[in-house]
Design a protein around this ligand. Structure first.
Ligand SMILES: Nc1nc2c(ncn2[C@@H]2O[C@H](COP(=O)(O)OP(=O)(O)OP(=O)(O)O)[C@@H](O)[C@H]2O)c(=O)[nH]1
Ligand SMILES: [Mg+2]
Length: 316
């Protein structure tokens, strides 16, 4: 495929086109992802999550600078489950990451839902693969911390940075949302504002209460407007990568992810197959009418359907 050739030759426009392709779905997408798969698995993927306005984009902008200074090429996906917009960079992100727009080793892209939350996590996963195959060393994925969809996205990254800000009542909220558990690193951003030290202490206290594993998430104070503390954040990231590699956790995580991916593909295919076979037989409607009238129960109905699909029956 032409696109693959261009992509692997470092053509940035091909990269943008390839990501649009995975957003739109379809047969072409599978062919593309299939032919680049052997080149994936090299990049370190970092998720940056936190409340709206926590300073994630500004932090990403400064982090790009740090990564570039250390010789890494960078891909950025700004994933916004609250926005239907996609393609190119959102205006805000483009302004905030302006410094790097002309750097050919930095690629920035926004992704919105287009009306399907589940599809967003998947499209993000696939876009990560494309950036990875393209040869980006580090891929930063910014997501707004609003719930399940961004948790899904976070399951596809190697390192998760949770960004909290003073005075936002963030600790309790993020704990409730189940985001605390997925943090590998905490960034207390807007550390130029009052309450940053208190927030950092609060997080440390909370970490004291939790179970202690081999990795205790470091708490780093940052001011993403000035870049203060971003060097520390970079250090924390490289430490986490070393930990992931040396402990064998990286390999394990990736293995689990691939297992889940293959399983999901099989389930999805089966679901579609079952759907169309049931529709052909008109069996679902007929059985459902009998369930609704309480003539049979749902277990019996499901059993009839299953046995029709594969042979024997459990309940007579
Ligand atoms: N005082 C202060 N303000 C900051 C800092 N970092 C970001 N801001 C401001 O916070 C606002 C939001 O910054 P963004 O970087 O867009 O935050 P975000 O988390 O990406 O926002 P969304 O993507 O909309 O959720 C902007 O007005 C920034 O200027 C900081 O370190 N200190
Ligand atoms: Mg942002």
């Amino acid at each position: 495929m032409d696109l693959v050739f261009e992509l692997l030759n470092g053509n940035t426009r091909a990269l943008a086109r390839a990501i649009s392709l995975v957003e739109n779905g379809g047969v072409e997408k599978e062919a593309l992802l299939g032919s680049i798969f052997h080149l994936t698995g090299k990049a370190m993927v970092v998720g940056i999550t936190g409340s709206p306005g926590a300073g994630k984009s500004s932090l990403v902008d400064k982090l790009i600078g740090e990564l570039r200074a250390n010789g890494a090429s960078v891909g950025v996906l700004a994933v916004d489950p609250t926005s239907p917009f996609t393609g190119g960079a959102l205006l805000g992100d483009r302004i905030r990451m302006q410094e790097h727009v002309l750097d050919k080793d930095v690629f920035i892209r926004s992704m919105g839902t287009r009306g399907s939350l589940g599809g967003l996590a998947r499209a993000t996963r696939e876009a990560i693969k494309i950036l990875d195959a393209f040869g980006k060393d580090v891929i930063l994925v910014e997501t707004v911390g609003v719930g399940q969809s961004e948790l899904d996205v976070m399951h596809t990254v190697d390192t998760t940075v949770v960004v909290l800000t003073p005075g936002a009542g963030d600790v309790v909220q993020t704990m409730k949302a189940g985001i605390m558990e997925i943090a590998d690193i905490f960034a207390v951003n807007k550390a130029d504002m009052e309450g940053a030290d208190r927030l950092a202490v609060e997080i440390e206290n909370m970490l004291d209460l939790g179970q202690s594993g081999p990795w205790r998430p470091p708490v780093v104070k940052t001011v993403s407007l000035t870049g203060q503390g971003v060097g520390d954040l970079y250090q924390a990231l490289t430490k986490h990568w070393a930990y992931l590699r040396e402990s064998g956790l990286l390999e394990k995580k990736r293995e689990q992810r691939l297992r889940g991916e293959v399983f999901d593909l099989v389930v999805e295919e089966l679901r579609q197959e079952i759907d169309s076979r049931l529709e052909n037989k008109g069996m679902m409607d007929e059985l459902l009418a009998r369930v609704i009238s309480r003539e049979i129960n749902p277990y019996v109905a499901a059993d009839r359907i299953l046995s029709e699909l594969r042979g024997a029956r459990k309940y007579g």
